[in-house]
Design a protein around this ligand. Structure first.
Ligand SMILES: C[S@@+](CC[C@H](N)C(=O)[O-])C[C@H]1O[C@@H](n2cnc3c(N)ncnc32)[C@H](O)[C@@H]1O
Length: 247
């Protein structure tokens, strides 16, 4: 069955103003390339446990067999794949068709049919179904500059039911830009040690070319977009996790 939601799930391009940020354009790592997508998935499975991580998020968000969830920036299905076993419907949204194709292949291999593949993103995906119970977005928002982060987060809040939950994970920097060189070099060295040189090189690209922001900006953006932050956790290596409720 073809579950890809075609133009209906995507903003009508002719109506998008010329000054709108092009979220389909790849910044940093090129997730539009099939080879890159395969490399990404293989590498991430060496240091992540997709199933365990997804189960923990399902539990945190209290999702069940009645729930609908949007995986914004689903990638190769790290969350979509396993959440589909527990939820009624999963909308796997991504700006990269190559990512979505790999996600679809994996979901089909698992024999699941409750995942809808939506080519779009924070700025272009139109959620035409009933508002969802939750949204999950893992390592995606840093692809948008801050001005567009607020636009994307505001749109995300509008896709959710009042009281709906938002799980956001991303790389977010501490409040001051002091001792930056030391801190970033330490971070990159620790990634190389724990997960290998390949991921460390990706971290360098991340800092240089992508748009991770400061923690105080991220918290302000979430609040202004219509979320209440229930929990914000800042871990080692600039990793931030937010559990939010749509007001
Ligand atoms: C680092 S990967 C993370 C993928 C997946 N969430 C995971 O946990 O493995 C970033 C993903 O975000 C997608 N992406 C980039 N910009 C996006 C946007 N504006 N809206 C939605 N997805 C986007 C990329 O195509 C890519 O699949």
């Amino acid at each position: 069955m073809d579950n890809t939601r075609m133009p209906g799930s995507h903003r009508n391009m002719s109506k998008i103003p010329k000054w709108t940020y092009d979220e389909m354009k790849q910044t940093g790592v090129d997730y539009a390339s099939v080879e890159e997508v395969q490399r990404y998935d293989e590498m991430h499975q060496r240091f992540r446990d997709y199933e365990k991580d997804s189960d923990a998020i399902i539990k945190l968000l209290e999702l069940n067999s009645k729930s609908t969830v949007i995986d914004m920036g689903a990638g190769t299905g790290a969350f979509a794949l396993h959440s589909a076993k527990h939820c009624r419907k999963v909308y796997a949204v991504d700006v990269s068709s190559a990512m979505l194709n790999r996600c679809r292949k994996k979901v089909e291999e698992m024999g699941l049919s409750n995942v809808l593949y939506c080519h779009g993103g924070f700025l272009t995906y139109e959620h035409e179904a009933e508002p969802a119970d939750a949204m999950v977005s893992i390592a995606v928002l840093h692809h948008l500059p801050d001005f567009w982060k607020l636009v994307g987060l505001t749109r995300a809040a509008e896709m959710l039911k009042a009281g709906g939950r938002f799980f956001l994970f991303d790389i977010v920097f501490p409040p001051e830009a002091t001792e930056l060189e030391d801190r970033i070099n330490t971070w990159i060295r620790s990634i190389a040690k724990q997960s290998g040189r390949e991921l460390a090189a990706e971290a360098e690209i991340h800092i240089r070319e992508e748009y991770s922001t400061y923690d105080w900006i991220m918290e302000g953006l979430l609040e202004r977009a219509g979320f209440e932050i229930e929990n914000a956790e800042y871990g080692d290596g600039f990793q931030a996790t937010y559990i939010c409720i749509r007001r």
